[in-house]
Design a protein around this ligand. Structure first.
Ligand code: ADP
Ligand code: MG
Length: 707
């Protein structure tokens, strides 16, 4: 007989039919190890047996007894087969009914002992247990079974998975425990092999709890260790020390057309402290839409420029890059009050995207721009990822700022982080995001970063009045909008999709019919509702030039209403737009709706957000009312996470969110524990002395798609 180990291919253990083969492929279960690491999603608890005479109606319970009779019956509806059985235990008999499983008649013959788990119901005066889960057992077998239920995909039942895993269970001892003893002892964690056995076939609920804790802790601990090691490695790089210049910064702040908020000052201060160190900063600046992140980053870039060093500001879209270029040019010298700043030292600003190459408002060629940047003659280089594609090595790069960092793909972000790294001086790194990530989640996700948060909105901002508009009030809302446009304001309309779908799903016909598509909405608004105003469309399928043209017209107030898909979600800034209308609002998540809403309310003028929805469940209604009543992005993000989970809200792959199997990133307590333990461990120990742990971290990071 062949020797079986964890690497043994399942194919070599038994012959699978095509159906099972395909299912194993789909689940990526290749060898014995994979099978162990494919955890159940829940359990059927056969351990808690109720006597038939004590059963309660409408509750899920487990009974155990012998089949006294079993027979298939055809019903009046011809396609339905009922299998009716009588089961008896020492206290009485009960009718059992299964639907459309005629083979049961042969499988559960009279005299078979079974455990049944299901709901007991009362129908037409007859008590029965309907469609229970069942398990045969030998009368003398050990009682108290809790059976694993796996996420079932076509062609692979939990029963079958149990059947192939159970005989392999003793191989669990082949898993080497990577968890250092001191941590296991400290937290009374059970051994890995024990945990892996118990997670599939638990002896009782108590040990199952321990197995779960062990495996969940493993994931968060590895995640945190990885974060800390990354941080340590990052800090091994050398960075330019940028000395804080109080006079200079005070002058800059005084030149701004507004007063900084307290949070902006604190964040800037945290950044200045980081810049003074010779280790590169790695900081995340989190702030709700409109909280004023740009100017915080600009303060750092300004200081650095005066230090004769360079900064890059990277934006996820061309629109945004251009907008940053314009605002920053203005703040650094466009206005009279600021021109003094430029006299002292000319700050050169460059813009590099696929369509724009500019230095200080002059169009230049790409090679000219790139050359100048390389030589250190551009102080602030603003651009899209076109900048990384050029593989620019800036001679004096001291700071990379990544705006709306969650908009970049995982790979792009990894690349961005590497800009100029490994030169003698690595740049400091400032990432910014408008997606408010609750602290606990940020801890798991970005444990290698330091975090600054802008919670406070700039003073003078009025709360955006948010209303859920009932269908019969639609005309009223349009009238209101007409008035506002006539008094000079502008409007965004957001729709869920570009084109009305041609194909109709039968069951969801109403849903598809009701979707407000951008094109349809544009037609309707420009022909029927607001023929007197100029209206334009914006969506991802438009050509770059057309997008730019439309936006610049909108900025100049030549366009009054912009009908758009969710592309306008990313931080664009049009202070004169004061009304946000969202069609099909129930189709967006809370965090996203809040982002849309953040496109207005960017000046002192009262702004409005109208949510439209023509068909809505109570659940959607409740969710939208949360948005109506709350304008704190952090609270909304937390609510969203509670309702939809981190994967849905932030997108697993796109956000670099680890794809955990057992732990939840929402489990703040376990996260904190894992972080504290990881920190304590690394202070005391050298990871090199724990090769097994080291290897496990690497594997874990690959398989969880973590950056
Ligand atoms: P976000 O954090 O969403 O990127 P921005 O940096 O684009 O926000 O700032 C939004 C707007 O608020 C900009 O027009 C900016 O000039 C302005 N702003 C920034 N800070 C303040 C402040 N302290 N007071 C008033 N307006 C401010
Ligand atoms: Mg921004």
């Amino acid at each position: 007989m062949q020797k079986i180990n964890l690497r043994t291919k399942l194919n070599n253990l038994r012959k699978f039919d095509l159906k099972h083969k395909r299912a194993l492929d789909r689940l990526e279960l290749k060898n014995v190890e994979d099978l162990f690491l494919y955890f159940p999603v829940r359990y059927e608890d056969f351990s808690n047996i109720t006597l038939i005479k004590n059963l309660k109606i409408n509750e899920k319970q487990t009974i155990r007894g012998m089949i006294k009779s079993i027979k298939n019956k055809r019903t009046s509806k011809r396609w339905l087969v009922l299998t009716e059985a009588k089961v008896e235990d020492e206290s009485g008999q009960l009718k059992i009914v299964w639907f459309n499983q005629p083979y049961l008649e042969k499988f559960l013959r009279v005299g078979t002992y079974v455990t049944l788990n299901g709901k007991v119901e009362l129908n037409y005066n007859s008590v029965s247990m309907n469609s229970p889960a069942f398990e045969k057992f030998k009368f003398d077998s050990k009682c108290g079974q809790i059976l694993p239920v796996y996420s079932e995909t076509n062609g692979m039942s939990s029963k079958y998975l149990r059947f192939i895993l159970k005989p392999l269970l003793k191989l669990s001892t082949k898993f080497e425990d990577f968890m250092p003893d001191e941590i296991k002892n400290q937290l009374s964690l059970i051994d890995l092999s024990e945990a892996l056995r118990q997670i599939h076939f638990p002896d009782n609920l108590e040990i199952l709890k321990k197995a779960r804790l062990r495996l969940a802790f493993d994931e968060l601990f590895l995640l945190q260790l990885n974060n800390l090691l990354k941080k340590k490695k990052w800090q091994e790089n050398k960075a330019f020390k940028i000395k804080f210049d109080e006079k200079l910064i005070k002058k800059f702040v005084a030149s701004l057309p507004f007063k900084l908020t307290k949070d902006q000052k604190i964040a800037a201060w945290e950044i200045f402290l980081d810049l003074e160190k010779d280790k590169p900063m790695n900081r995340l600046l989190e702030g709700d839409v409109g909280s004023g992140k740009t100017v915080v980053a600009l303060m750092a870039m300004y200081l650095i420029a005066n230090f004769k060093k360079q900064s890059i500001l990277m934006a996820p879209t061309e629109i945004l890059a251009k907008q940053h270029y314009e605002t920053i040019s203005k703040l650094l010298g466009g206005e009279k009050s600021v021109s003094r700043l430029r006299k002292k030292k000319q700050i050169t600003i460059g813009l590099l995207t696929r369509v724009d190459r500019k230095i200080d408002n002059k169009n230049v060629s790409k090679s000219f721009l790139v050359n100048k940047a390389k030589k250190g003659q551009i102080d602030i280089l603003i651009g899209t990822h076109a900048v990384i594609q050029e593989d620019i090595k800036l001679k004096n790069l001291a700071l990379t700022v990544i705006d709306e960092q969650h908009r970049f793909g995982v790979e792009q972000r990894a690349k961005l982080k590497k800009i100029n790294i490994n030169l003698k001086n690595s740049p400091h790194l400032l990432s910014m995001t408008a997606t408010p990530i609750p602290r606990t989640l940020a801890l798991g996700l970005y444990g290698d970063l330091d975090i600054s948060i802008l919670k406070e909105k700039p003073i003078g901002r009025k709360k955006i009045l948010t209303k859920l508009v009932a269908p019969y009030n639609r005309d009223k809302a349009y009238e209101f909008i007409r008035e506002k446009i006539n008094s000079g304001r502008q409007v965004f309309v957001v729709c869920p999709r570009i084109k009305a779908s041609e194909e109709k799903c039968d069951s969801n016909q109403n849903m598809w019919d009701d979707i407000k598509a951008v094109e349809e909405e544009y037609e309707k608004l420009s022909k029927e509702i607001f023929p007197e105003f100029s209206i334009a469309m914006m969506h991802g399928k438009l050509k770059k030039e057309d997008k730019e043209k439309t936006l610049s017209k909108f900025r100049n107030n030549e366009i009054k209403i912009l009908v758009s898909t969710s592309v306008i979600e990313v931080g664009i800034d049009f202070p004169n737009a004061t009304i946000m209308m969202i069609e099909g609002a129930e189709r967006f998540g809370l965090a996203q709706l809040h982002q849309f809403r953040g496109r207005v309310g960017r000046s002192e003028i009262q702004s409005f957000c109208f949510l439209f929805s023509d068909s809505m469940s109570q659940k959607s209604y409740d969710r939208l009312m949360v948005l109506v009543n709350c304008d704190d992005g952090f609270v909304l993000a937390e609510k969203d996470l509670e309702l939809r989970g981190p994967g849905e809200v932030y997108g697993i792959r796109q956000s670099g969110l680890p794809d955990l199997k057992m732990a939840s990133l929402m489990d703040g307590n376990l996260l904190k524990l894992a972080k504290a333990e990881a920190e304590r461990f690394l202070v005391k120990n050298n990871i090199k002395k724990f090769p097994l742990l080291r290897e496990k971290i690497n594997i874990f990071c690959q398989t969880t798609h973590f950056e």
